[in-house]
Write a protein that binds this ligand. Structure first.
Ligand code: NAP
Length: 250
């Protein structure tokens, strides 16, 4: 699909990579609408790039339906979805306190929060996107799911790794199910990218994360945008993951 023909929703467009995707889509001539849960970030992206967005939580069914209604009213039928919103709530499965001997497990609240935003959210958005595309026989259409290098089983990320691995499995099967309707589905698995999500990591953990990266640096959001652009534009790409990780293997 030519980016000029794209009418795109970006989830989590207020910050980090999502903000970059909104900017680049708008620059490339696409019509863009986005959502976020952070009102300040939402307002800043709207102001900075002259685009429209709404407060919506991708893990809530009613918010997702409203997001698509508002987006369609603002920019017309949606033929591109960037399933980007995500959160981290890291923790070891169990951890023993050295002084007290107490063993604590990863809380179910952390598990549920990450699965809700990072897996249920993309499912709800994809279902809404596909329902509307199939109903209106809109084609071509394309969705991009943000997975992660962590899907291979990153230390301290039981919840996040499960969600990101699940999203890749669903990318493959959604691509199979939706091909007959002219809908393509791709995924991107970034390594460590310079965004507020990574800025929140302790310095020592960040240093440890970068050390084994062959290219010895964090990736930039613009380098992940290049993968989005490829997936949107290449009509023979579906059901696969583009890995953009500086060569890192976990
Ligand atoms: P980010 O800087 O934290 O931006 C994510 C944005 O999504 C934030 O504005 C966040 O708001 C918003 N958001 C959180 N929960 C939401 C929800 N339920 N509904 C709608 N919006 C929500 O993250 P990022 O680093 O750009 O990451 C973007 C995506 O790439 C995520 O899916 C992430 O898992 C994935 N990823 C990131 C990296 C990396 O190294 N950065 C690597 C691999 C994959 P708040 O700030 O209020 O939470």
């Amino acid at each position: 699909m030519d980016l000029k023909d794209s009418s795109a929703i970006v989830t989590g467009g207020g910050s980090g990579m999502g903000r970059c995707f909104v900017e680049q889509l708008a620059k490339a001539g696409a019509r863009v609408f986005f959502c976020d849960v952070n009102p300040e970030a939402l307002a800043a992206t709207c102001l900075d790039f002259g685009v429209q967005g709404t407060l919506a939580d991708v893990s809530k069914e009613e918010d997702v339906a409203r997001l698509f209604d508002e987006a369609e009213a603002a920019i017309g039928p949606i033929n591109t979805l960037v399933n980007n919103a995500g959160i981290l709530r890291d923790g070891l499965l169990v951890k023993k306190d050295r002084s007290t001997g107490e063993v604590r497990g990863l809380s179910k609240a952390k598990w549920d929060a990450v699965l809700a935003v990072n897996l249920t959210g993309p499912f709800l958005c994809m279902r809404e996107f596909a329902t509307r595309a199939v109903q209106t026989e809109l084609r071509p259409a394309v969705a991009v799911n943000m997975s992660s290098i962590s899907r291979a089983g990153n230390y301290g990320q039981s919840n996040y790794a499960a969600a990101k691995a699940g999203l890749v499995a669903d990318t493959v099967l959604w691509a199979k199910e939706l091909a007959r309707y002219g809908v393509r589905v791709g995924a991107i698995a970034p390594g460590f990218i310079a965004t507020p999500m990574v800025a929140g990591m302790p310095a020592a953990a960040l240093e440890q994360a970068i050390a084994p990266v062959p290219l010895k640096r964090l990736g930039q959001p613009e380098e992940i945008w290049q993968a989005i652009r490829f997936i949107v534009e290449c009509e023979y790409f579906t059901g696969r993951v583009v890995e953009v990780d500086g060569g890192l293997r976990l």
